[in-house]
Design a protein around this ligand. Structure first.
Ligand code: UD1
Length: 425
C-alpha cells in the first residue's frame, strides 16, 4: 500500500493547475448509459474513482476509452449495446457513487440490478431518496441478497419533492426523468455546480431540462437521446484544498484553471481567517498570508454554503489559527475521522456531537498517521505540510480516489513530499 512521506515547513509558492471535477465526471459518465451514440467528455480527472466507474460501465457492455495522457483528458464512452444492466457489489463497495447508474439503467433498459452500497466511513449514507423517486416514476423496486432490483417498462414523469437535499439523488433522478414519459417536477433539489454540469451534458444530448442549479428542476421527457461532447468543470474541492495549502503554509499560491464562482464560501471563510485572496483572472485565485491566521467558525451546508467536502481540510487550517474555531458538520454524521489523527500530531480539538472545537495555534509535530477517507487524507496532508519533521501517511489510496497526482502538484510548488510504493496511474 502506498504511503506519502512529507517533511513540513516549506511555504508553497507558485501555480497549481486544477483538474476536472470528479463529482461531475462520475454522473456525466453514467449519463452515457442513456444513449446508443458516443459521449465524449473532456477534462476527466485521472483519479481512482474514474477508473472504478470505467470498470463499472465496461461490465455493462460499454466501450470506454479513458483519455489518459491526452492534453484535454478526453474520454469516449460508447453504449451501443447495454448487455448487462447490473452494478456488482465488488465495484459498488469501493465507490458509493455507483448508485448513480440506477436511474439511467432503468430509463434505458427498463431494469437495473444494483448492489446496495455498504456502510461508509462517513456515516450510513442511505439511498432511500433515489428509491422513493424512482417508485414515484412508476418503478417497482425489490431489495434482496444485498441488491436492489428496479423495473419499469416505461418510467413516467412525476412530482418529486426531496425530503432532504441530496446531490447524487438529484442527479440520479434527473437522468431517469429525461427519458420518462411526460413532465417531471423535482423540488428541493441540490444546487451544486456538479448538477449543472450533468444537466448541461444531458441538454447537449437532447434532453429538455430547466432550472438546474436552482432548487426546482423541470424536465420534459424525450423519447431518445443522442451522443454529445462536453467539457467537465474544474474541481472546486481540489481548488479549495490547494487554497488552504497555500494559506496554512503561509505561502503565495495561485490555483489556475479553476472556477472562482464555485469557491465563494471557501474564499470568504479564508478571508475571514486572515488570508489575502485575489482573483487575478476569470479562472484563477491567488492566496497569500501575511501575519497570523485568525480563528473563524464554519458550519457545513449544501451549496452554496461551506462544503462538507472541505470541512476536514479547513480543520487542519484551524489548528494553525489563533483563537477558538467551532466546526459544525451538518451533512454527514461521523465525518470527524481525521480529528484523532490531527490530535496525534499535536492539534487541540474536542468533538461534541456534530461540532469540533479547535484551539489554536498548536504546533504540529510529524507522526505516522492513517488516512481514513478521501477528504480526511487531504486534511492530514495539509497538517503534515506544517508539521515539524517527517510525517508518514498510510493508506493514501483514499487520496488517490479523488486527487489527481497530488504529490506531483504539491512538489512543483515547493512541498517536500514523496510517495513510497507503486505510483498510481
Ligand atoms: C455527494 C458527493 C460528496 C459530498 C456530498 C455532499 C458525489 C459523487 N459525492 O455525495 O462528495 O460530500 O454530495 O455534498 O457527488 N441522504 C439520505 N437519503 C438518500 C441520499 C442522501 O438520507 O437517499 C442523506 C445523506 O445520508 C447525507 C445527505 O443526505 O446526510 C446528503 O447526501 P448526498 O447529497 O446524497 O451525498 P452524495 O450525493 O452521496
Amino acid at each position: 500500500m502506498d504511503k506519502f512521506v512529507i517533511r513540513g515547513g516549506n511555504p508553497l509558492v507558485g501555480t497549481v493547475r486544477i483538474s476536472g471535477a470528479k463529482n461531475s465526471a462520475l454522473p456525466c459518465m453514467a449519463a452515457a448509459i442513456l444513449t446508443e451514440e458516443e459521449v465524449t467528455l473532456e477534462n476527466i480527472p485521472q483519479v481512482r474513482d474514474i477508473e472504478t466507474e470505467r470498470k463499472l460501465l465496461v461490465a455493462m457492455g460499454a466501450e470506454v476509452e479513458l483519455g489518459t495522457g491526452t492534453a484535454d483528458h478526453r474520454t469516449r464512452i460508447n453504449f451501443r449495446t447495454l448487455s448487462s444492466p447490473e452494478a456488482k457489489y465488488e465495484i459498488v463497495k469501493t465507490m458509493r457513487a455507483s448508485s448513480l447508474v440506477l436511474g439511467p439503467l432503468v430509463a434505458r433498459a427498463g431494469m437495473a440490478r444494483v448492489a446496495m452500497p455498504g456502510g461508509c466511513a462517513i456515516g450510513g449514507r442511505p439511498i432511500d431518496l433515489h428509491i422513493k423517486g424512482l417508485e414515484k416514476m412508476g418503478a417497482t423496486i425489490v431489495q434482496e441478497h444485498g441488491y436492489l432490483e428496479a423495473r419499469a417498462e416505461k418510467l413516467k414523469g412525476a412530482h418529486i419533492v426531496f425530503d432532504k437535499i441530496t446531490v447524487t439523488g438529484t442527479e440520479d433522478l434527473l437522468m431517469a426523468a429525461v427519458l420518462a414519459e411526460g413532465e417531471t417536477l423535482m423540488e428541493n433539489c441540490a444546487r451544486e455546480p456538479e448538477v449543472c454540469d450533468l444537466s448541461a451534458l444531458l441538454i447537449a444530448m437532447g434532453a429538455k431540462i430547466e432550472g438546474a442549479g436552482t432548487s426546482t428542476i423541470h424536465v420534459q421527457g424525450v423519447t431518445s437521446l443522442k451522443g454529445a461532447q462536453y467539457r467537465i468543470n474544474p474541481d472546486r474541492i481540489e481548488a479549495g484544498t490547494f487554497l488552504i495549502a497555500g494559506a496554512i503554509t503561509a505561502g503565495d499560491l495561485t490555483v489556475s484553471d479553476c472556477n472562482p464562482d464555485h469557491l465563494g464560501a471557501v474564499i470568504s471563510k479564508l478571508t475571514e481567517a486572515g488570508a489575502l485572496i485575489d482573483v487575478p483572472g476569470p479562472d484563477s485565485v491567488r492566496v497569500r498570508v501575511k501575519g497570523k491566521l485568525q480563528a473563524a467558525d464554519i458550519s457545513t451546508e449544501e451549496y452554496p454554503g461551506f462544503p462538507t467536502d472541505m470541512q476536514a481540510q479547513y480543520m487542519a487550517l484551524a489548528t494553525q489559527s489563533e483563537g477558538v474555531s467551532q466546526i459544525t458538520e451538518n451533512i454527514f454524521e461521523n465525518r470527524f475521522m481525521h480529528v484523532q489523527e490531527l490530535v496525534r500530531m499535536g492539534a487541540n480539538i474536542k468533538v461534541d456531537g456534530r461540532t469540533g472545537t479547535v484551539r489554536g495555534p498548536a504546533p504540529l509535530s510529524a507522526a505516522a498517521v492513517m488516512c481514513s477517507d478521501l477528504r480526511a487524507s487531504a486534511s492530514l496532508v495539509l497538517a503534515a505540510l506544517v508539521a515539524d519533521g517527517e510525517s508518514i501517511l498510510d493508506r493514501v489510496y483514499h487520496m488517490d480516489r479523488g486527487y489527481e497526482r497530488i504529490e506531483q502538484k504539491l512538489e512543483t510548488v515547493g512541498a517536500q513530499i514523496r510517495r513510497m510504493g507503486n505510483v498510481f496511474g
